[in-house]
Design a protein around this ligand. Structure first.
Ligand code: GLV
Ligand code: GLV
Length: 319
């Protein structure tokens, strides 16, 4: 029996499948564990199941000890895990791709509809008790049909967003480090552009790249200035990919038409400027937040741990 430490509350089924073979210690509370308690809790762990709110760094790995074999992050993004520090200690790292692809693309597309059709703004009007009535020119938004969406990062979620956009009658262009598979480009009718060209030509720019040093503030003042003043920016990836201060300036100045954000630079803080703007749809990092998806994510993390502790290969390794 190995010791498995689950650092936050995850769906029961995943914990049960770990507990069937191992000794499981879980921080089974909705609130995140304190750093101090976490460092104590991981001691002697052979495997860690971690949430994206925890920083899995050298200090934590050393607190766990040299027997640690695997860190299974319950998220597709793993910028909270120091992968190099894990590699140096022969600790495997896994994430949860694929199972959250559709849920996350749904959230991103929902934010796009909210901002382009001013649905959040309209809801705020009704809830505030402000009088309203149907009017030919009342709260007009912009239609998506025939417009171009620029997908930044054409991985699984980017492709799922592109498919939704196609179903809404949009054209797709994309930017990514490598060209995508020819079959995917053909299916989406998607052309690969450099970032500046994508920003200049897109009516919607949707971010789906991982966060790393290379994508820190990928979208800043300079990039926002390239966008059409009628365009929307959607971020369901990671907050710091966008320079939030520059985004607030661009939205205030009308350099772009609006933004839909599921992620923020300093979660759970949200830039004050965003709260004052009507042309922004905001969601509290709900990308993968469905019962089905969270259950599948937790189970995939558990299955990765079970595989490693049985001496088998990881299912979804990173790095
Ligand atoms: C959520 O943000 C994830 O990376 O899974
Ligand atoms: C709008 O409500 C319409 O009937 O066109």
């Amino acid at each position: 029996m190995s010791r498995v430490v689950v650092t936050g509350r995850i769906p029961r089924q995943a914990v049960d499948s770990l507990a069937a073979e191992h000794d499981v210690v879980a921080h089974d509370e909705e609130d995140a564990v304190s750093r101090e308690a976490l460092l104590e809790m991981v001691r002697g762990a052979d495997a860690l199941v971690t949430l994206l709110t925890e920083s899995v760094d050298a200090e934590l790995l050393d607190a766990a000890g040299p027997q640690l074999k695997v860190v299974a992050n319950v998220a597709v993004g793993y910028n909270n895990v120091d992968v190099d520090a894990c590699r140096e200690r022969d600790v495997l790292v896994t994430n949860t791709p694929d199972v959250l692809t559709d849920a996350t693309a749904d959230t991103a597309f929902g934010l796009l509809l909210m901002v382009s059709r001013r649905l959040g703004e309209g809801e705020r009007i009704i809830r505030s008790g402000t009088p309203w009535k149907w009017g030919m020119f009342y709260l007009l938004g912009q239609g998506l049909q025939g417009k171009t969406i620029g997908i930044v990062g054409l991985g699984g979620i980017g492709a799922a967003m592109a498919r939704r956009a196609r179903a809404f009658g949009m054209d797709v262009v994309y930017h990514s480090r490598r060209p995508c598979a020819p079959e995917l480009a053909e299916e989406l009718g998607a052309t690969r552009l450099d970032l500046a060209e994508l920003l200049r030509t897109s009516d919607v720019v949707s971010l789906h790249c991982p966060y790393s040093e290379a994508t820190h503030h990928l979208i800043g003042a300079e990039q926002l200035a390239l966008m059409k003043d009628t365009a929307y920016l959607i971020n369901s990836a990671r907050g710091p990919i966008v320079d939030e201060e520059a985004l607030v300036q661009a939205l205030r100045a009308g350099t772009i038409a609006g933004a839909g954000l599921d992620v923020f630079e300093q979660e759970p803080e949200v830039h004050e400027g965003l709260l004052e703007l009507e042309n922004v749809a905001l969601a509290p990092h709900l990308g993968s937040a469905t019962v089905e998806t969270r259950t599948a994510m937790a189970q995939l993390a558990a299955d990765n741990v079970l595989a490693v502790l049985r001496g088998e290969a990881t299912l979804t390794p990173v790095g």
